[in-house]
Design a protein around this ligand. Structure first.
Ligand SMILES: [Zn+2]
Length: 271
């Protein structure tokens, strides 16, 4: 399954995305004066080494900084390959990886049987530099902002801003996908967190999956999240089960049921 990035695009000044066919995933590359930061590390050791290979086609500078937008396998399983780079993530990311890492590993091995040995032997390395609210880090002379805007796709999503280039990396808070993943989400908080991305200063918004978004897409995405939260809230108030509300959510069944189940858990005070 060796595949170079399908595309490498400079979305803003010295700010690139590597787009990979598997999961239509976007990996961020921020090039500073003497070092590089990579955003997210993909699902296997082999895939992480592809990132390093593709970065080398953009710049000869070393990757000294990794930023995990969150702890899902496709965003953090490649971390160890980037050592001795510093690995940044949200303060709740290590606990999430400790809690879910082995079940995510099993799922990913099933999903990628050709890479099962690779994934089976990965050291699942959590971020070691942690962010709670907001922090500005230096990437070779460039200020890069790591911000937690609230719960959404997970309880520990980081948004990464590159102010001198007008770019923001949203992780999986924003995806250009017809079937967003809600399995670890907080659907009641999700719309406001996504709306807060709209309040940041950017011209290019990089999604976790599916390419670059504009403000029009962000509004559509926020609206479908708001619809999910509203359907769940009304069904909960009416005393229905979340399963009965699935047909009322215009999303694929898996997304709708994960989202409604998580929303009901929030409404019941279980999350
Ligand atoms: Zn995710």
């Amino acid at each position: 399954m060796r595949a170079m990035a399908r595309t490498a695009t400079e979305v803003a000044d010295r700010t690139h995305i590597l787009n990979y066919r598997y999961l239509n995933q976007n990996i961020g590359v921020i090039v500073g004066r003497d070092e590089v930061a990579v955003i997210d590390t993909r699902s296997s050791g082999g895939q992480a080494r592809e990132i390093l290979h593709d970065v080398a086609s953009l710049t000869h500078l070393p990757v000294r900084i990794v930023i995990d937008t969150h702890g899902h396998s496709d965003h953090a399983f490649g971390n160890a390959v980037f050592r001795p780079a510093t690995i940044w993530g949200h303060a709740r990311c290590p606990a999430f990886l400790a809690r879910t890492g082995e079940s995510q590993r099993a799922d990913t091995m099933r999903e990628l049987p050709d890479e099962a040995d690779d994934i089976g032997s990965l050291a699942l390395l959590p971020p070691d530099r942690l962010v709670d609210g907001r922090v500005t880090i230096d990437v070779g002379g460039r200020a890069v902002e790591l911000v937690h805007l609230g719960r959404g796709h997970t309880d520990h999503d980081l948004v990464i801003g590159v102010p001198d280039a007008g770019a923001v990396f949203a992780g999986d808070l924003v995806v250009k996908s017809d079937s967003p993943y809600f399995g670890d989400s907080y659907p009641l908080d999700f719309p406001a967190t996504v709306a807060a991305i709209g309040g940041l200063d950017w011209t290019a918004l990089v999604t976790g999956h599916g390419g670059v978004a504009d403000r029009e897409y962000l509004a559509l995405h926020e609206a479908r999240l708001r619809m999910l939260a509203d359907v769940a809230t009304r069904a909960h108030e009416a005393g229905s089960s979340w399963r009965d509300a699935i047909p009322d959510v215009p999303l694929p069944k898996q997304s709708a049921s994960d989202g409604l189940r998580r929303a009901f858990a929030q409404l019941n005070g279980d999350l």
